[in-house]
Design a protein around this ligand. Sequence first.
Ligand code: PMP
Length: 461
Amino acid sequence: MSPDLNSPYARDIAHHVHPQTNLRLHESEGPLLIDRGDGCTIIDAEGNRLIEGMAGMWCASLGFSEQRLVDAATRQMQRLPYMQTFAHRSTDPVIDLATELTAMAPGPRAGESMAKALFACSGSEANDTAMKLVWYYHHAIGRPEKRKIIARRRGYHGTTIAAASLTGLPNMHQDFNLPLPGVLHATCPHFYREGRPGETEAGFTDRLVQELEALIEAEGAATIGAFIAEPVMGTGGVVVPPAEYFPRVQDVLRRHGILMIADEVICGFGRTGAMWGSEAFGIRPDMLTCAKALSAAYFPISATLVSEAVYEAMRAESDKLGNFSHGFTYGGHPVGAAVALETLAIYRERDIVSHVRRVAPRLQDGLRALADHPLVGEVRGVGLMAALELVADKDTRASFPAARKVPGYLAACIQKRGVLLRGRDDGLLFSPPLTISEAEIDTILAAVATGLDETLAWLRS
Ligand code: PMP
């Protein structure tokens, strides 16, 4: 790190708070300063080229130098850089995006798509909006006591007060006085960690469904408004559910008049090898939230999509109250909408879902080939999202103590070989741009294999 107090490194330490970072450690480590992007690669301030194995934060789906998105943003900025969508105002890109998104997103019944789109700027805002709409909906249909929301342990839904409450990761609650009352967390379908000795995956699914049923009974179905889930959990460790899990969960929810919210913030737009994670895992949502790959991360934009039935209730309630009193200054930003429209056009033209299906086996099979490594407990994943879970003992599945910082050491070894990955909790997460090539996947795999050996040598030394 440069000793120059005016260097960007020193000023970052002096003036900038980094989210999801050990703040004290940052003062000694300093930032990884990223200068520019080139396809799936980023180039740091010292000129090192790194393949972005996480697409930034699961979001830079088209890499870092897509000129068409720059042009779409520029055109819209020149024409109309901002307009609100409050009080009946609208713009062409917002109308086109709402039309396209609602037509493509799965609705609550087979063959049905979503009815309406409500825009915001982040996944957290989209999920906060969904939570408020659950309450609004149940007020509208005369069931205001249906206020509780069931989320799942290990789930990640964002960082605002409501979204962090829905999130099922203890460090997102600790010392923030969260979760809010009325948010319940069920067991997640993580067979490797939550399955019991001798239990089959089918038996595990049965148990989770029974637990859900029991939770609803204990709390009272009349008090529960919605269930929210990522089709495949991302941040919580790329937890791919058993095939039967969501259809059976959804049966339980329908019987009790509980809405299903699909958080497609990571899974949406091809990440799992289907356009929507809901399609891949048998979810028929009443509401769907999306963000990230919606604009390939070139502009912050998110959407909460609602079914016809939810919208009808919203309309009635807003009429009764005189106004639908929700919305953000930058919700439906025309530049974000223009970038998102261009992103969706690129997905269509390049058939991004087929590309993901073509290259995903290279990543998934390549990582599974590392499963025999002494440090690897399990490799999980689908499409272009994966996790490699590290264990101190393969038989007992014991994790390394957090203080040893084993995933961080491994990620640093991998970074030396030109690949940027995220070491988190007890493993590594993978979510490269959807445009990644097989050659780039091979580079990632080689870096991971070498990194694992180096980490093992370090642990043994
Ligand atoms: N939902 C999921 C599934 C996410 O992964 C994230 C972000 N990683 C969010 C919601 C929150 O999105 P944001 O950070 O844009 O608020």
